[in-house]
Design a protein. Structure first.
Length: 350
């Protein structure tokens, strides 16, 4: 599935980091400490996913108590703000789902503030988008005008520039699809709304749909450090694998040309210690390999050192070999080329 399989020693020297991931993937022990020789790796992971998350999934780490406390306070504020505006939309009678960090905090962690979030991701129907924007703008929110991370502007039409509160402290990311095309073909928003479950006061995607979202977002981030929170979510979901309908995942992935990224995500979770036989029975995870995949595994075990940040060339290779079907990768590259001529602003048409 992914080409060159010639890196058999890719995990050499990464055992301490792999042990950390395996501790996250397995049943979390009530006691015990991560090896004292690994504080740098633990701290590096905390930089990626917040100290509160590391303390929650790795009991016994040596992170400073004050660092953990401050991290939880910030996460608590962001979760509370997201829930407030989720509630405002729901109270207006508009269907809305909390997705990504808000949703993960509601069902995968002992407390929502254990899951780091940078913004509140809320999924609404495309036909309700204008009404939702009017509701938030009436309360002082305004779209940010932030430069994109790339020269071609926004490629995805699934979400937009963030909506910021008047003081800039609250950041809402509205979505009309779970992720960029072809995700909406695999899993339409209406299907997500219909199968939604209520957890801890929030309407969130079903476990099956949450897993597909995580796989898609990890692939969109090219399985780099930007996806570290999502990878931890995926490992925790695999612990609750009875709630995931793997035949549905496979069927939707095939329908939406997402089989490759979903299989790579499962394979990565398996290499990091997750129990994946049921998932692998429906998905071609055993066909995932090659030196670029092995580099992703090694980057995770080394907790994403700056020296390992993929350059433009490797990012393109990861997209074509690991993160998207060829037709999808081509479609995205065409949109990027078009964006060089006329970058999309990320502001919705209404």
């Amino acid at each position: 599935m992914t080409g060159d399989m010639s890196e058999p020693d890719a995990n050499r020297g990464t055992e301490p980091g792999l042990d950390i991931w395996r501790r996250i993937a397995g049943p979390m022990p009530p006691t015990g400490r991560v090896s004292d020789s690994d504080p740098g790796l633990v701290a590096a992971l905390a930089d990626r996913v917040t100290a509160a998350t590391v303390a929650a999934v790795l009991p016994g780490t040596d992170l400073p108590d004050e660092t953990i406390r401050q991290s939880r306070l910030l996460n608590r504020f962001r979760h509370a703000a997201g829930r407030q505006w989720y509630g405002a939309i729901a109270d207006a009678g508009l269907p809305v789902l909390a997705i990504k960090g808000l949703a993960s905090g509601a069902w995968l962690y002992a407390a929502p503030e254990d899951r780091g979030v940078s913004d509140a991701d809320l999924l609404v129907r495309r036909e309700d988008l204008g009404t939702v924007i009017d509701l938030l703008e009436a309360r002082g929110f305004a779209f940010a005008s932030e430069p994109t991370r790339s020269r071609w502007g926004f490629v995805s039409e699934a979400s937009f520039q963030p909506l910021l509160s008047p003081d800039g402290a609250v950041n809402i990311d509205l979505h009309v699809a779970g992720d960029a095309a072809p995700f909406d073909t695999a899993l339409p928003t209406e299907d997500m709304l219909e199968a939604a479950q209520v957890r801890d006061g929030l309407s969130i995607p079903s476990p099956t749909h949450a897993f597909m979202l995580s796989a898609s977002h990890a692939a969109r981030d090219l399985f780099t450090a930007d996806a570290a929170k999502t990878v931890i979510d995926g490992l925790l979901m695999m612990q609750r694998g009875d709630g995931i309908d793997w035949p549905e995942v496979a069927a939707r992935a095939r329908k939406g040309r997402m089989l490759r990224p979903v299989a790579v995500f499962v394979a990565l979770l398996g290499r990091l210690g997750a129990d994946v036989p049921r998932a692998a029975g429906e998905l071609p995870a055993d066909r995932v390999g090659g030196r670029f995949f092995e580099r992703i595994v090694r980057d995770h075990c080394n907790m994403f050192p700056p020296s390992g940040v993929p350059g433009t060339g490797e990012r393109l290779v990861r997209q074509w070999l690991l993160a998207a079907a060829p037709s999808v990768a081509l479609q995205r590259d065409v949109r990027r080329i078009a964006g060089l001529i006329r970058p999309r602003s990320g502001l919705p048409d209404r």
